[in-house]
Design a protein around this ligand. Sequence first.
Ligand SMILES: [Zn+2]
Length: 627
Amino acid sequence: MTLLLRHLILTGLLFGVWLAPLQAQTTGAETTYAVRFPEPEHHWMEVEVTFRELGETPLRARMSRASPGRYAVHEFAKNIFSLEARNGAGEVLPTQRVDADEWMVARHDGTVRLTYRIFGDHVDGTYMAVDSTHAHLNMPAAFLWGVGLDARPIRVTFHPPAGSDWNGAATQLLPTADPWTFTAPNLQYFLDSPVELARLVVSEFQLDSPSGGSRTFRVAVHANSSQADVDSLAELVERVAREQTAVFGALPAFEPGYYTFLLDYVPWADGDGMEHRNSTVITNPSISLATDGGRRAALDTISHELFHVWNVERIRPADLEPFDFTRGNVSCCLWLAEGFTQYYGPLLLHRAGLTNAVPLGPAIPVITGSGRRVRSAVEMSQHATFSDAGISNDAHDRSRSFISYYTFGAAIALGLDLTIREQTSGRLSLDDYMRRLWQGYGAVAPPAPGVVARPYTLTDLRVELGGLLGNQAFADDFFARFIEGRDVVDYGRLLALAGYHLEPVRPGRGWPGDIALSEGGEGLVVGGQAGTLVAFGSPAYAAGLDSGDRIVSIDNAPATRSAWEALRQAAPGSRHTLVVERRDGRRVTTTLTLADDPAVRIVPIESRRPLTDTERAFREAWLGSRR
Ligand SMILES: [Zn+2]
């Protein structure tokens, strides 16, 4: 089937399914964008946006400062230049810069046509990039929008560079009969709909939803790849999608009529993956689809992003819905939205027979991490604005006070999955929890495309766990200790059920704390060249050492790296005298009391003895295919 034919068929479907209910919601005239690339080699594009039926109200046009899925504040407006406004008669109007991100146009005739140029050369899931090979557009990074005009429908037409080899657009924007023109029912949907214009190689597959009907997936690749390579990748993606669908028991209906993978595997990309409602952008500079190994290397990110179709795009935290594009969005629940996705991505590759790796790793940094002493999983989630692409010019303490909510959440998912299996003798698992969240929240029919009808709160998550297990007291305790509190589940006992052994790496050995040291002048500079902070709860912290101090002597001998390393051979509980010079040259004497080395590792029990039948059955139920 040709692309154009598909568009015509889908357009027909869309008129039937979506336009009728949408028109009732539409308020005001369509906002139209025309996008041109006169000099793509110089990494800018020209946008002409027309706002109509504005009445007497001055137009406030602004750039976003946030983009769903990457929670830092981004100053997208910095890349705009040569902005100009005209009225409906084509006369130039004065523009007023009322804010760093906002322009105001008054005394218009009800129509304002803004033109601007915008620079971008950053290929990832958050920003935009233009060059002769492609336009890679994350919408908040690229398009000004009208304040208060959120409900208006949007139409965008792309004009590829003259003579370019761009053969189409990959996007979740709604198609029209013109392959370069798309629509969005409202601003939220428009800003959630990235676009890749390039010489694309596209492969499609269909999947039946257990809930009824068939869904189409489009794998659209911008890379130096053949049709056969992309077809082979699509076959692997289909296996992943089947395994994921089995968790939830249903595939959502995708508003454009299909789900699109926008895969940009160009050597100048940054590695990234970004979820959207009906699509994902995945960028990677080192993936080659020419070999089976290369295609399998692509699946980690693909599996993660595809799981977001359910978890975060439709099973969505209430504090992210609707998304506020003007500021950092803080969520209680990225430990579930990202962390559980981080757990399921590799787990479902395992179930699909596409990897042997078992997602046990995140437990270790959560067991030993200093950050857990000062922040819960909920608080780590609330820190996303500062950590996920967040930029600060001043010193920060993330090395000791932060554990990524991806890692923390994946460890909670592992602990909760094993706990539910244990508590119900294998009758239920985390899959049933996810399916319950899907049925109670994600599957509720949206009132308009891009809108989540029933987003969840932290309380909802707790109540649903209680409902699943028929034991609210258990759920309340689990949340109080492991999600809102700073305890860690008993991984040793739980992992043993599946035949994995959690054990100390250096049993019986002393531990002064894992601190960065550099040799400088007389002694050892704490924090090393980077000024890394000393972790909370470590013996070195208790002894009063931190970044900028210099250890002059250890047990009355000169402080050398080998003298420090020798402490690791001493007994836990042994006491050592340190002379430490502060930044101002004053010297203090302190006592370092060694602790047990907290480092742990997870080993499969079959490296020591054969698995028991019970362990094998537990592991098979957990890691085996559900299809
Ligand atoms: Zn994610």
